[in-house]
Design a protein around this ligand. Structure first.
Ligand code: FES
Length: 209
């Protein structure tokens, strides 16, 4: 169980009324945002027949499975089974939900109840996420730092890099940029991020050879 927060996605990548896949450790997540903007992170598996809920569709404050349309409310409780419109779904039909919070334009998830709020990075907000075919330690090394939250200058632009382990050979890299950054600075950051990815993946290939 991870009772610490993990950066799972950027807020901008899960707009209102959408669902997206995510990861927490070795578990697949369905991260979705209701029409009013509430964020949720659930196990990515419908209790009915196991369809991925990240493929589902949001209507108002509920998420529906794309297969047979079972509908789930914010807490993960099943609230409607279209094939049995007169049935009140039993309490036991519920999708496991994870702790979720947003700070600095990042969606943070945790298993359990972390004792503190997720970190906030004053003056920065979510800019871009990339997947890197290299472990978290190699990505950190390419950034010239240690740990899973590194302040780095990528090209000429200061950034915060949040590294999410996605397996032995894969990582998520969530980049935060200064709120005040000009469009040219963001373009430069994007180019530097791609370069960083290439270097990390080349370094990983070199280790494996
Ligand atoms: S698998 Fe989800 S409603 Fe049937």
């Amino acid at each position: 169980m991870t009772t610490t927060w993990t950066a799972a996605a950027l807020s901008q990548d899960v707009p209102a009324g959408t669902a997206a896949p995510g990861r927490l450790g070795d578990r697949d997540l369905a991260i979705w945002r209701s029409a009013s903007g509430k964020i949720a992170a659930w196990a990515d598996r419908c209790p009915h027949r196991g369809m991925r809920l990240s493929h589902g569709f949001v209507r108002g404050e509920a998420l529906s499975c794309i297969y047979h349309g079972w509908r789930y409310g914010q807490t993960g409780q099943c609230i409607k089974i279209p094939a049995h419109p007169g049935l009140e779904p039993p309490d036991a039909i519920r999708v496991p939900a994870f702790a979720v919070a947003e700070a600095s334009g990042v969606i943070w998830v945790a298993d359990g109840a972390p004792a503190t709020a997720p970190p906030a990075f004053e003056g920065f907000t979510g800019f871009r996420s990339l997947q890197v075919d290299a472990p978290a330690s190699v990505v950190a090394e390419a950034l010239g730092g240690k740990g899973d939250a590194i302040r780095a200058a990528l090209g000429p632009t200061p950034a915060v890099a949040l590294i999410q382990p996605l397996g032995p050979d894969r990582s998520g890299l969530h980049l935060l940029a200064p709120l005040s950054a000009a469009p040219e600075a963001l373009d430069a950051l994007s180019v530097a991020a791609e370069d960083l990815r290439r270097r990390a993946e080349a370094g990983q290939k070199g280790r494996a050879a």
